[in-house]
Ligand binder design. Structure first.
Ligand SMILES: Nc1ncnc2c1ncn2[C@@H]1O[C@H](COP(=O)(O)OP(=O)(O)O)[C@@H](O)[C@H]1O
Ligand SMILES: CC(C)(COP(=O)(O)O)[C@@H](O)C(=O)O
Length: 270
């Protein structure tokens, strides 16, 4: 079994390129001790929590490595900003390599998972965050082997509230949205790096979610409710979800599913 952490993006700006190795994103995200477990399978195709699904990002990895099938398990919601697609792609790449005795270097597998994400527009920087682990600032975009990151370790429990899905493909395909995302994302990454504390991550992330236009009224209401009780909160990119420090009490007055997870520096486990 291979486990790969969820990746929660707080701030990002896109770098689109025809070459998947050069495409990616700048930004800041973090990994937690919840994620996706993958097991190589003799059955053809992708199974998610026991059900056969269409998952082109993972199918891309299977094809590239000559794998038959994979059984994925997760308690995380899909398409809600937790980088389930990136975790699934990376965990599948590691599993298939082990099953087939390919002995490929880790960063070769990570680059294949990144390529699968970029080609299918299900993510840009998640696999980079997941390859390194912790609080990861992506200062040079691209595939894991080409990117450059600043990595910070932090001990914290983060609360999450999931209000709904936001298909990554649609947002990344919208040029107008991309323009405001990129403008805000570059600025907020710079401001985070000036003081790379967990608290400043929340401050800059909230500004990013407002300036980029990605946070809707309900998301803003949740963030403000957490703050009014003395916590910190921002929006999970890209999903209708919120992450918070001391958010549990405030979450109770809203619908949606909530759970908590710890930040981890160890994002890939066998
Ligand atoms: N039940 C499902 N609901 C939504 N997407 C699914 C489901 N099963 C598999 N998928 C695949 O998962 C991908 C989710 O990718 P993405 O929108 O990037 O979400 P995430 O934030 O979880 O990475 C979809 O593009 C789709 O191909
Ligand atoms: C924010 C996003 C572009 C998408 O993230 P997700 O919806 O979780 O796949 C991510 O890949 C990033 O570059 O930081």
């Amino acid at each position: 079994m291979t486990f790969v952490s969820a990746s929660i993006t707080a701030i990002f700006s896109t770098k689109i390129d025809r070459d998947p190795k050069k495409a990616g994103s700048y930004g800041v995200g973090f990994t937690v001790d919840m994620g996706v477990e993958a097991r190589a399978s003799e059955k053809n195709g992708v199974f998610l929590n026991g059900e056969r699904v269409s998952f082109p990002t993972v199918e891309h990895v299977l094809e590239r490595l000559g794998g038959k099938g994979v059984d994925l398990r997760t308690r995380l919601p899909v398409s809600c900003g937790f980088g389930v697609s990136g975790a699934s792609a990376l965990a599948t790449a590691v599993e298939i390599s082990l099953q087939k005795g390919l002995n490929l270097p880790f960063f070769r597998l990570a680059d294949i998972a990144h390529e699968a994400e970029v080609v299918n527009r299900t993510g840009l920087g998640d696999v980079v965050t997941q390859s390194f682990g912790g609080i990861v600032a992506r200062v040079r975009p691209g595939s894991p082997s080409k990117s450059r990151v600043e990595r910070f370790l932090s001990r914290a429990e983060v609360d999450f509230l999931v209000l709904g899905q936001m298909p990554t493909k649609e947002v990344l395909g919208d040029e107008v949205k991309r323009r405001s995302i990129n403008q805000a994302g570059k600025k907020r990454l710079k401001e985070f790096l000036k003081k790379p504390s967990l608290e400043n991550l929340f401050v800059q992330a909230k500004k990013f979610s407002l300036e980029s236009g990605l946070a809707d009224d309900e998301i803003v209401d949740v963030i403000e409710a957490v703050e009014s009780r003395g916590g910190l909160a921002s929006m999970v990119m890209l999903g209708r979800s919120v992450f918070a420090l001391n958010g549990k009490g405030a979450f109770e007055e809203f619908g949606g599913d909530s759970f908590s997870a710890r930040i981890t520096g160890c994002s890939v486990r066998l």
